[in-house]
Design a protein. Sequence first.
Length: 437
Amino acid sequence: NTRISRNKKKQQKEIFFLFSMKSQLQLTILVLVGLFIFNVAFFSSRNNSFSIFYKFDPEALETQALQRRDQALQALKDLELWIETEGKNQKTPLKFPLLSNTISPEICVGISTYLRTSGRDQLYLSQVVAALLTRIHPLNHSSVYLHVFNSYLPPEYHTELDRIKKFVTVSNINYSDIRILEFPEILKQSFDYAYVLKFFSKITTCKSILMLEDDALSSTRWYEKIQKSIQSIPEKYKQKWSTLKLFVPRDFSSWEDSASSFGLLILFSIISSSITYLILCVFFKFRFNDHRLIFPSFKFFSGLVLIYVIFFICIGKQNIFHRTSGIYREHLGWSTTAVLYSNSEDLKALIDFLEMKIDDFLRSDDLSILPVDLLINDFVNRRHMSWVELVVVPDLFQHIGWCSSMSHRRKRRMPIFSMNFPDDDVPILFDLVYYNS
């Protein structure tokens, strides 16, 4: 009995030792696989903006912004000189303010602007207006109505308006309920957005309303590209599209932008882990004539899945799914940077919804209200089946704002920008050849 007992203890020690060795081996393999995959992710994607390893250079971005500001101011001067000397002699004479067809515009462009207490030297609004005016052909001026709405009181403090009021139509937002000025900026922002939408929705000839933030930079030939995008809308959405998003933030290009994206992340990780697991089993079978060192082991497989999840998150979804140019129906959350609305019943319903939320806030003691982008997102989620939200690729506008006008987030750690904007390096300038063509 004593001998049998000793043999059992010896066998238990051997089993424990083998189990311990197996666990250590699996852990070592996981660490080596993890290090290998991490290095692959780092060296293959460190120069790609979608990757988590990409390094933003704040100084370079700020230098670029100041250069773009100087270009915009010079472009406005050149445009003014040309209109005063040659613009009046064109087949379709141009006069100030530009893009001011209030009678029969096809597209109405609204910009709501608020004075920034920080980053005033950037002159975002001047950059935006200069780009809009110099990147549209004179023959298309009569099809657009551009209106800048000032929401800062007193307006004379918003000195940047003096730079642009000769070029475009500028007016102050009328706050029918003075209490709005006393409430949080988030409420005021929602009121401004609803006010501008309602203002344009009353223009019956206006087929589309382009809502821009005062730091949304347009691409070259933006009007032609918008018209082409509208014509490219799939036939099944032609008569019922609600919005066409012309800017998608980098944050919405990640794996977390929707439940379907997260599901793809897990699926890809499981498939990749299965392939890696099979390769390792074959290797151990032929090298050591024993694949049981790692098979079967749920913990080991789970570790591989976790490694691949981290790998795919690091390199970014856009490095795997590269979309071609076109129009897609997809709900990616919301951003008010650059959105084209169809002047339809859906838009009127959205305006009513925003006004209802503002009235509810004013009548109650509840001081909590969502920002306008999240309010619109709530509205879209409620009307998911009837609200047709489309996205254009590549983006036609870029968000250039580094300093926010909202007091609770004056300066961001890094700008919220698009990764699919093709004209980041195109200077803002008055192209005489383009205007005379």
